[in-house]
Design a protein around this ligand. Structure first.
Ligand code: LLP
Length: 431
């Protein structure tokens, strides 16, 4: 099995952290999104411990809530002592409603409105991660109006290409985020920030991409950023205390991905940082990281029922399920790989190769191709693994399909964290 929390019981049913998936499907209906809370908590603890052990004092992880944003998760983040990265008023509002203190939040985004900026300040946001001069100027104006100095990191692009899918690689010079070091725009932005009286420039930020397994792209980014910090210090006498290396550590979606050791990666990055700082005679900065996917992805499992089996002789077979791109758009968007299991028939021979199709009126609405299953029957239960990140958070109501519920699996049982959308919910905004 891909993950330790999965097993098969005597009935041949897939279990997730000891819970029979057919029981969960009967109790909560399908499509159903399961989240193993223990996996999430353990991953938070692993990041916190590894960063404390291997990085300069004060270094800590911030959960990138774009991966999955719901109230229960912010409660878990608060309990685990995680900082958070938020990118919208909606994420901030969800965190606030969960009692998460926004002073531990970093507000990202390349297109913040005056309203977004005011909302964040109204609720005591800890840091802004500013992406441009337009934004810095607006933050400075709002902070001046309030008589405060706002803590800020600047988003810089180090020009590293981590070789992930183009749409999820964000550290390249030509991407829409941040100011590039190579073009001199990063330096200019720093000088502009230093000239703004209500901006308290605390550090630099970079994010090179997502689903990266190896530590070396992070090390490359760290070297570039530290050399840049030393250069700015030498030429302008300014060196901020914080360096945020962004998110991006990968998660195995299938057996082909191999495994990843987060602690070992962080230890390698830490070793490199202390060597480079010593060489540059730089005080080692506090390091922040923003893991999203690697906190929640492998905690998630989606259950569907099979509705239709279609064989097109000489071409391909389809098994259609009662969900699809509305709850998981990642195959449609990125041809993302997933492991699909016959949850109600785990012991049967898997001799039927098929494409798992979604229910939307769109031929690209697929969950996965070339999946080997026991020849499915209508009503069989299918499990898609590793759906905790960028599934529910990217879900939509296309075709007016309600979003599934989210159930947290905990030691005390399964708990409904987000209920299933109702048909009335779909009409909520229609006047
Ligand atoms: N920090 C920043 C500034 C980011 O832009 C991102 C992700 C993260 C942290 C978290 O990265 P992670 O640890 O989750 O890789 N929708 C795509 C992923 C887009 C990621 C965008 N930024 C997907 O489904 O693969």
């Amino acid at each position: 099995m891909l993950y330790k929390n999965l097993a098969v019981n005597e009935a041949g049913h897939l279990t997730v952290s000891g819970f029979d998936t057919t029981d969960l499907a009967a109790q909560f209906g399908t499509p159903l999104m399961l989240l193993d809370e223990t996996v999430i908590r353990n991953r938070c603890r692993e990041y916190i411990r590894a960063m404390e052990a291997h990085l300069p004092a004060g270094s800590r992880p911030l959960y990138a809530s774009k991966a999955l944003s719901l109230k229960r998760l912010y409660e878990v983040m608060k309990e685990e002592g995680m900082g958070i990265d938020v990118v919208s008023v909606g994420e901030m509002f969800t965190a606030l409603k969960a009692g998460y203190p926004l002073e531990n939040a970093f507000f990202h985004g390349n297109s913040k409105t005056d309203g977004d900026i005011a909302f964040a300040m109204d609720h005591g946001i800890g840091h802004f991660v500013c992406d441009s001069l337009d934004e810095l100027t607006a933050v400075n104006a709002e902070a001046t109006r309030r008589g405060i100095r706002q803590k800020v990191l600047l988003r810089l692009t180090p020009g590293i290409d981590p070789h992930t899918h183009e749409k999820i690689s964000t550290g390249r010079i030509d991407c829409k985020f941040g100011a590039a070091i190579e073009t001199g725009q990063a330096e200019a932005l720093i000088l502009q920030a230093l000239a703004l009286p209500a901006i308290d420039l605390q550090g630099y930020h970079c994010h090179i991409g997502s689903q990266i397994f190896d530590h070396s792209p992070f090390c490359d980014a760290a070297i570039l950023m530290l050399e840049f910090m030393a250069d700015i210090k030498a030429r302008h006498g300014f060196c901020p205390p914080v360096l945020n290396l962004g998110g991006g550590m990968g998660v195995p979606y299938t057996g082909a991905d191999g495994s990843i050791d987060y602690t070992a990666n962080i230890a390698s990055i830490g070793k490199l940082i202390s060597e480079v700082c010593a060489r540059l005679e730089l005080e080692p900065p506090v390091i922040l990281m923003e893991p999203g996917r690697s906190i929640v992805a492998d905690a998630g499992t989606t259950l569907y029922h099979v509705t239709t089996i279609k064989q097109i002789p000489g071409f391909k077979n389809y098994a259609a399920v009662n969900g699809g791109m509305t709850d998981n758009p990642r195959f449609a968007l990125y041809q993302a790989a997933y492991t699909v299991l016959p949850a109600s028939r785990m012991l049967d021979e898997r001799d039927f190769v098929c494409t798992i199709a979604g229910a939307c009126c769109e031929s690209g609405d697929l969950i996965q191709e070339d999946v080997a299953l026991p020849r499915p029957n209508r009503g069989d239960l299918i499990a898609v693994l590793t759906t905790g990140a960028y599934n529910y958070s990217m879900a939509s109501n296309y075709n007016r399909i309600p979003r599934p519920p989210v159930v947290m699996l905990t030691e005390t049982g399964p708990h409904l964290a987000v209920r299933r959308e109702t048909l009335e919910d779909l009409l909520h905004n229609d006047l």
